[in-house]
Design a protein around this ligand. Structure first.
Ligand code: FUB
Length: 338
């Protein structure tokens, strides 16, 4: 949704909002929620006003660190566990710590995060801790073969871990084909297949890809790849993978149409088939989420920009219950009512 909203419009959305900001002493966005040690840990971006002018590449999203938040239940007040990782402690990264995710394996916690290198290209790094809240120690180099933004890690039931990632425009995904960068690469034409997110299995030590990443293809109802011009459905950024009743669910943002939608598959690599909308537009340009099960219910963590009166790069994380129907379809949520 556009961030040019009048005070009356902002009031209207505030009165109808289905949930309130979880954190009000900081701006937070892109929440990745996980259950570790029986409690909820939320790994968001930490939005700041860095004084960087707005541009179409998202340079004004100039975040410098991550805070981790802990909750006893999705509805309880989060505890700010403090700075988990700062960009000054990441040898390969220069700026723009965007949407992170986390995973647990064998007594260690792994924080995955995108950031820009000095040459202006995004890569994805990993940092390790023995506590879910950190502090995390970054590896010296980014993950080999990683690029673009928005890592999301799924632990499958057989113990394998997969990372989905990628984002268009400022996220640079359109500059890559077959894992190779060229400045001349661009988004496909409207009638060509859309670019999908990337996916790779993680190595046993969780610090590298175990294989070159491959593209996730998202099909329409006729079994055809979504077209690049299908802006209401095609992948843009912010992937999330979860499993429900044995099926893989890939959910994501459609970017310039501001929807969170989802697609399902029988195989983690896809192809996925587009199914529907999870969340209609929020206040602010971006929409980004995670889905987590807690105590027998499912929860959607998301963000909007109401707390900052609609400033797109000053967002607040929120949570609301997510429901499936008997066929496993996710019911569409409207952040400010219908
Ligand atoms: O927070 C910076 C970027 O905005 C994220 O990486 C995108 O998913 C969007 O939410």
């Amino acid at each position: 949704m556009s961030d040019d909203l009048s005070p009356a419009e902002l009031d209207h959305f505030r009165q109808r909002a289905i949930s309130q900001p979880l954190v009000t002493h900081l701006y937070t966005a892109d929440p990745s929620a996980h259950v570790f040690e029986g409690r909820l840990y939320v790994y968001p971006s930490h939005d700041i006003e860095g004084g960087v002018p707005f541009d179409d590449l998202g340079s004004h999203f100039c975040m410098e660190d991550y805070h981790v938040f802990r909750q006893d239940t999705p509805m309880s007040a989060p505890v700010d566990c403090g700075v988990a990782l700062h960009i000054k402690d990441v040898p390969w990264a220069e700026k723009q710590m965007w949407a992170p995710d986390a995973a647990y394996k064998n007594g260690q916690y792994y924080l995955y995060f995108p950031a820009k290198r000095a040459d202006g290209l995004f890569q994805i790094g990993v940092a390790v801790s023995n506590r879910p809240e950190g502090p995390f120690k970054a590896e010296v180099e980014a993950i080999v073969g990683s690029y673009s933004i928005d890592p999301a890690v799924l632990r499958d039931e057989d113990g394998a871990y997969y990372m989905a990632f990628g984002g268009l425009w400022g996220g640079q995904l359109q500059s890559y084909r077959d894992n190779a960068y060229a400045q001349t690469n661009a988004e496909p034409a409207d009638d060509e297949p859309a670019l999908g997110p990337r996916i790779a299995r993680l190595s046993d030590d969780m610090k590298q890809f175990a294989e070159p990443s491959r593209e996730i293809v998202i099909l329409d109802e006729h079994g055809q790849p979504l077209r690049a011009g299908d802006h209401a459905r095609r992948y843009f950024e912010g992937p999330w993978l979860h499993k429900y009743r044995g099926k893989y669910y890939l959910s994501y943002s459609t970017g310039n149409t501001h929807l969170l939608c989802y697609a399902t598959a029988d195989n983690v690599y896809g192809p996925y088939t587009w199914q529907g909308v999870i969340l209609t537009p929020v206040v602010g340009w971006t929409t980004h989420h995670s889905i987590v099960a807690f105590d027998g219910k499912w929860w959607l963590y998301y963000h909007d920009a109401l707390l900052s009166d609609g400033v797109t790069h000053l967002r607040s994380i929120k949570v609301t219950e997510l429901r499936y129907d008997d066929d496993g379809r996710i019911e569409t949520l409207h952040p400010y009512g219908k």
